[in-house]
Ligand binder design. Structure first.
Ligand SMILES: Nc1ncnc2c1ncn2[C@@H]1O[C@H](COP(=O)(O)OP(=O)(O)OP(=O)(O)O)[C@@H](O)[C@H]1O
Length: 357
């Protein structure tokens, strides 16, 4: 060997394997009265990843969130798989479900005033799951409640306050502290900022982002507001009539939605710097369908400005519309242009995508 010989290539840097926290496969939820609220949904969330779920009222977002922790009414039919850290929530024994509810995954519900108990001090409410799930002493649970309050930006002394003594933003911080009480790996936030003014909304969103990054949590954030989700999340899934009709990188779905429903939703939430033509709301006629009697074919076709005759009879699978971007639309399948720009010919889910992107 001479000293002019090329040295061997250094070993590749070690890569941290991604940890899959949630995998939802073919989830179907039908309420006792026959409402098919969630239909064939596939989703994944990895540690440190933030998934936004968007869609109009009634499209099944909250039903999906409740299904994740088996919080649906008892006569609801649920099928598919919900793998939380590899364990199927749908087939777990109840004792395990109860354990998983705080420590595996927790939910921040919309409207903190209604979710908190008005007659108990907020510190006691945060301490309760710690006492139940962490075998802590009352003093230890109270201490941890104070620390959690400080972690979400409130003085520990506010533990002695009742919910009505706090502002809306402070109550939402309490809800977030409570959701973190048992160190969950996944947090589901259902409209966490809906009732708050814009400034407080921004603070709560930044707090959620900070906590996800610090603790390498997985986040499923639900909102009807695509702009809020695009600003906060890495990926966006758009639901319509119980199905995910579009999914992809958050900014890409927001800026260049490929499903006409995603486009309509995106146009309804203009952003700063929009041109006048983009700013003008495009409007979407009609209402979402009743899940007890869904239209045939693509369920969006009665409201779709780009519907073809075949859409009334043929539903479309999610197809790749761009890198990591999927949409269930005949125009993606055919590679025909759409109002948002040039189309990419799509591969059907079965061709290129296993359960989820
Ligand atoms: N307990 C229930 N029994 C029967 N149908 C229900 C029940 N809860 C919800 N639904 C129906 O299921 C569908 C989906 O509702 P869901 O609350 O999941 O939608 P959503 O997208 O979360 O709406 P929102 O943004 O208004 O909360 C709706 O048509 C709703 O009427």
């Amino acid at each position: 060997m001479t000293d002019t010989q090329t040295p061997p290539a250094p070993p590749p840097p070690p890569t941290t394997p991604t940890r899959r926290l949630l995998e939802v496969r073919d989830l179907e939820v039908t309420y006792a009265g026959g409402a098919a609220a969630v239909r064939g949904v596939n989703l994944t969330v990895d540690a440190g990843q933030k998934l936004g779920l968007a869609g109009e009222s009634g499209c099944g977002k909250s039903t999906l969130a409740l299904a994740l922790l088996r919080l649906l009414p008892s006569r609801t039919r649920v099928s598919g798989e919900i793998l939380l850290d590899g364990e199927d929530v749908l087939t777990m024994k109840w004792g395990r479900v109860r354990a998983v509810r705080w420590a595996g995954a927790s939910i921040v519900f919309q409207g903190a005033m209604h979710s908190l108990n008005a007659v108990h001090r907020v510190g006691d409410q945060i301490a309760e799951p710690i006492l139940l799930h962490r075998k802590a002493t009352p003093a230890g649970a109270r201490k941890k409640a104070g620390e959690l309050l400080e972690h979400v930006g409130l003085p520990a002394a506010r533990a002695s306050a009742y919910p009505h003594e706090l502002s809306g933003g402070q109550r939402q911080r309490v809800m977030i502290a409570m959701a973190l009480a048992c160190d969950p790996r996944l947090v589901i936030a259902d409209e966490p900022t809906t009732a708050l003014d814009v400034m407080i909304q921004a603070q709560i969103l930044r707090l959620i982002e900070q906590l996800v990054a610090e603790q390498d949590l997985g986040l499923v954030m639900i909102s009807h507001d695509l702009a809020v989700l695009a600003d906060t999340c890495d990926r966006l899934a758009v639901m319509y009539a119980g199905r995910v009709v579009e999914e992809g990188p958050a900014q890409q779905v927001y800026e260049n939605a490929r499903h006409p429903y995603g486009q309509a939703l995106s146009a309804a939430f203009p952003r700063i710097g929009d041109t006048a033509s983009r700013f003008a709301p495009r409007g979407l006629p009609g209402d979402p369908p009743d899940p007890s009697g869904l239209p045939s074919g693509c369920t969006f076709h009665p409201r779709c400005p780009a519907a073809l005759p075949s859409c009334a009879t043929e539903d479309q699978p999610l197809r790749e519309a761009g890198r990591g971007h999927w949409a269930a639309c005949v125009h993606v399948a055919a590679g025909t242009p759409d109002p948002a720009g040039a189309a990419t010919e799509g591969k059907a889910v079965g061709e290129a995508r296993s359960s989820s992107p």
